[in-house]
Design a protein around this ligand. Structure first.
Ligand code: ATP
Length: 228
């Protein structure tokens, strides 16, 4: 089943157009890597899917329903769990409170999240504001999982984190994939992202210029689309 279908999506910030034709699909159980150099439109694509930026043309279908014009909370309820760039948790709530506040019934419970991220279990009574950056990122992922999303969307989930924590987060992402969780991920660490991805979509100047398997994304193509 196709969880997310984006076709010829266009979006602007005021008079400045950022997306000129983005198309991508995420099917059930797949990890899809959304790639491209800085400023090519990855975050804007995610925002437009969730209605945080208003699409001006094209279509976005979540679980078979068109979501264009729908408010963000309703799009999320159709099964999208977003971990936005720059992690957002409630600083004055404890780890446990942050997780429980996000809960919707399903496979993911507080117990399962702390099994995935034992550090969160150890710090369950700590205020979120006192966590390290990496622990806050784990909490942000945990919060998204607690909503039991059919599609987890990770925007730069490992950016700016200490190497040990990055490894923990990549391990968690691999476990999530093994468990069948569908994921749309933006991340600059290609050496981690490519092996975990079933498919890749590359954006250049707001347009999808490549969609295929990681094997199809040859070193030449990586150089052309992702090289600095
Ligand atoms: P990065 O890897 O740097 O996060 P990205 O691929 O996610 O890049 P976007 O953040 O989607 O790229 O940016 C796409 C284009 O839209 C860029 O030209 C950027 O300058 C512009 N843009 C992004 N956010 C805004 C905004 N709030 N207002 C105006 N322009 C914006």
């Amino acid at each position: 089943m196709t969880l997310l279908e984006v076709r010829d999506l266009e979006a602007s910030y005021g008079a400045s157009q950022a997306l000129f034709g983005v198309s991508l699909d995420v099917r059930e159980g797949e990890v899809v890597a959304l790639m491209g150099r800085n400023g090519m439109g990855k975050t804007t694509t995610i925002k437009a899917i969730l209605g945080l930026v208003k699409p001006q043309a094209g279509s976005v279908t979540v679980a078979g329903r068109s979501v264009i014009g729908m408010p963000t909370h309703r799009i999320a309820r159709l099964g999208i769990g977003l971990v936005p760039e720059g992690r957002r948790c409630f600083p004055n709530l404890t780890v446990a409170e942050n997780l429980v506040a996000a809960a919707r019934s399903g496979h993911w419970t507080f117990e399962r999240v702390v099994e995935l991220f034992p550090r969160l279990g150890e710090r369950r009574e700590q205020f979120a504001s006192t966590l390290s950056g990496g622990e806050q990122q784990m909490l942000a992922i945990g919060r998204a999982l607690m909503t039991n999303p059919s599609l987890l969307v990770l925007d730069e989930a490992t950016e700016g984190l200490a190497p040990v924590i990055r490894n923990d987060i990549w391990s968690a992402i691999r476990l999530l994939k093994q468990s069948g969780q569908s994921i749309l991920a933006v991340d600059k660490t290609l050496s981690e992202l490519l092996p975990v991805a079933n498919r890749c979509v590359v954006l250049e100047k707001g347009v999808t210029v490549f969609a295929g398997t990681p094997a199809d994304l040859t070193p030449d193509l990586q150089d052309r689309y992702l090289g600095v």
